[in-house]
Design a protein around this ligand. Structure first.
Ligand code: GTP
Ligand code: MG
Length: 138
């Protein structure tokens, strides 16, 4: 079993889609073992997305992520990282497979409703960015 960090982004929390997105995770066999709704500062969003600091969209991305509350969560299950990314769909909703979260809900490549860790090492880092060990009850 594996854990991954998921974020329901501001475009989705604004439209009250948290429950519908969580249902997709649960239907795929992922268990939400930790979850909280927070609002990031722009500096915190920049720290979280620091691998993208040199990208042309960095300012737009961090402004967006700090614009409204997000729901941060830890998903657990077999191959949770890959499974979550499958349920999310491609980064660009125009390229996302039917039935995925991004195909159904995302508004654009930037405002694409969800984030998911991309590898075991980043999952570990991203989970500890938001959660303490005490908050993780598997
Ligand atoms: P995450 O799970 O959020 O990391 O998405 P990803 O792994 O599918 O995409 P990637 O790590 O390449 O990019 C991180 C995030 O940056 C994306 O989810 C988008 O929100 C944003 N992003 C990527 N490309 C663009 C772009 O061309 N324009 C804008 N505005 N945002 C982008
Ligand atoms: Mg990524």
């Amino acid at each position: 079993t594996e854990r991954t960090l998921s974020i329901i982004k501001p475009d989705a929390t604004r439209r009250n889609l948290t429950g519908k997105i969580n249902a997709k995770f649960e239907d795929a066999g992922l268990r939400i073992i930790a979850q909280k709704r927070i609002q990031l500062t722009k500096a915190q969003a920049g720290e979280f997305y620091k691998v993208h600091a040199e990208r042309p969209f960095f300012d737009e991305l961090t402004t967006f992520m700090a614009s409204e509350p997000v729901v941060v969560q830890v998903l657990e299950g077999e191959s949770a990282i890959a499974k979550n990314r499958e349920v999310m769909g491609a980064t660009n909703p125009a390229e996302a497979e039917a039935g995925t979260i991004r195909a159904e809900f995302a508004e654009s490549v930037g405002e694409n409703s969800v984030h998911g860790s991309d590898a075991p090492e980043t999952a570990k880092e991203e989970i500890s960015f938001f959660f303490s060990g005490l908050e993780l009850v598997g």
